[in-house]
Design a binder for this molecule. Structure first.
Ligand code: AOS
Ligand code: ZN
Ligand code: ZN
Ligand code: ZN
Length: 423
């Protein structure tokens, strides 16, 4: 953990330059204070499975100093939160993160000022001592016994989540088929629905269930929750505690994700996000590293749609990162991702929605584009930095991470050859 004087010293060094930038931008935008307030409330959950090197099927290159216990994962996220005061939540994956001592984990979370966002179940791998295999699916399986095992696991995940104070469950299914003829699509869908209904009936009243969709991988012919339409079907059939979860890497190429987001919000069925970026598929790259304009357009729909519905930006949706790191330091990558999310959010808040509405009513196409690009091309990084400064975080989270040689410290503490549990 960092101490306050280290953060202060870092901020002192950058203060003069920061002030110039902030004075300038706050002078040219209408409501810097309003954006700062919203940024301060907005927290992004860090996935417990993204704190180590993920690797690909071709290899895995550990950077060292990776967390090997849930406690160490919480420490890493606590550190990120200290650096940016924007990652005050964690999303856990069971059985990778079984809280053997839930009380201790809860108090650790309180020490680091972290909340528990959605819990994740895992029926895409076979665990040691598991009775039946998920090789041919879990909730869709032709064998009722396998389906029941998957249901029981999800109910167990809810119980762990209740002990920790989480109030949502994300279900991502690898279920599908790899070859034509392998599956009866209708039976697979109906079995999955029945399994989800059993889980839904065990869901506490104040919980939400998020149904995540994914177009392909690990199955490459069909996926049983393959797109937002299928997820929305499940969510509608399940009931009002069920929602669709959008992972930015789970669409077919060139999908208009911002339109999907807008319609899901309109149906009151958007539950949350897995943020990442991609060029080809479920690449799980740093948020905003490939298509930052798309990210801005998504946030523009979120802000507009949530305001229209009277939703609270900070609390009414699950904001989570789902990333995987192959060559970067995972903690550096996560700092970059949170920064990219905050920047897109701030830019979306800057959009002159009244003028945009007018331009739309007048079919002023060029005018509408100008309004969006004007917000997107305004450099709001000093506003983000100001929000951090006021919260006692670092002007440059990544800069301070490097100045303090935190990775080297973690390697010193945990060792060079570490493997974080997860993907
Ligand atoms: C898998 O592609 C999904 O994005 C899931 O959210 C998954 O549970 C997570 O990536 C951890 O593997
Ligand atoms: Zn995901
Ligand atoms: Zn994914
Ligand atoms: Zn992904």
């Amino acid at each position: 953990m960092l101490n306050k004087s280290q953060i202060d010293a870092h901020n002192e060094k950058g203060l003069a330059k920061h002030k110039k930038g902030f004075d300038y931008v706050s002078g040219i935008i209408p409501d810097a204070e309003g954006i700062i307030k919203k940024l301060t409330d907005f927290q992004v959950a860090i996935p417990s499975w993204a704190l180590g090197s993920g690797g690909t099927r071709f290899g895995r290159f550990s950077g060292g100093g990776e967390p090997s216990t849930l406690e160490e994962k919480m420490e890493d996220i606590g550190l990120l939160h200290q650096l940016n005061r924007s990652s005050g939540a964690v999303s856990l994956h069971i059985p990778w993160d079984i809280p053997t001592d839930a009380k201790a984990i809860k108090s650790l979370a309180a020490d680091f000022d972290l909340k528990f966002d959605a819990m994740n179940s895992n029926t895409f791998q076979d665990q040691k001592d598991q009775k039946l295999s998920y090789k041919f699916g879990s909730m869709q399986h032709v064998d009722k016994g396998v389906r029941q095992q998957a249901v029981d696991h999800n109910i167990e995940v809810i119980k762990y989540g209740q002990e920790l104070g989480s109030n949502s469950l994300t279900v991502w299914l690898a279920d599908g088929s790899s070859f034509p003829g392998q599956l009866n699509f209708r039976n697979a869908f109906n079995n999955t629905l029945e399994s989800l209904q059993s889980i839904y009936s065990a869901l506490p009243d104040d919980w939400k269930i998020f149904v995540e969709y994914k177009a392909f991988e690990p199955n490459f012919y069909s996926t049983t929750v393959g797109d937002w339409g299928q997820s929305l079907l499940y969510a509608n059939k399940l009931g009002e505690k069920a929602y669709t979860l959008v992972d930015l890497g789970h669409h077919l190429p060139n999908a208009n994700i911002e339109q999907i987001v807008s319609l899901l919000l309109n149906e009151r069925k958007l539950g949350g996000f897995h943020f990442n970026d991609s060029k080809y598929g479920d690449d799980d790259l740093t948020v905003g590293s490939i298509k930052p304009y798309q990210l801005f357009l998504i946030f523009k729909e979120l802000v507009e749609g949530m305001d229209a519905r009277g939703l609270n930006h900070a609390t009414d949706l699950g904001w989570m990162i789902d990333a995987s790191h192959n060559i970067k330091d995972p903690l550096e990558d996560l700092l970059q991702s949170v920064e990219a999310i905050n920047l897109a959010y701030a830019q979306a808040l800057l959009v002159d929605s009244k003028a945009l509405n007018e331009a739309q009513l007048n079919n002023d196409v060029a005018g509408a584009q100008e309004i969006l690009q004007d917000a997107y091309r305004t450099d709001l990084r000093p506003v983000l930095a100001e929000a951090r400064l006021r919260e006692g975080a670092a002007l440059s989270p990544l800069g301070l991470f490097r100045e303090q040689k935190i990775r080297q410290q973690l390697i010193g503490k945990r060792g060079e050859k570490t493997v974080a549990t997860g993907l």
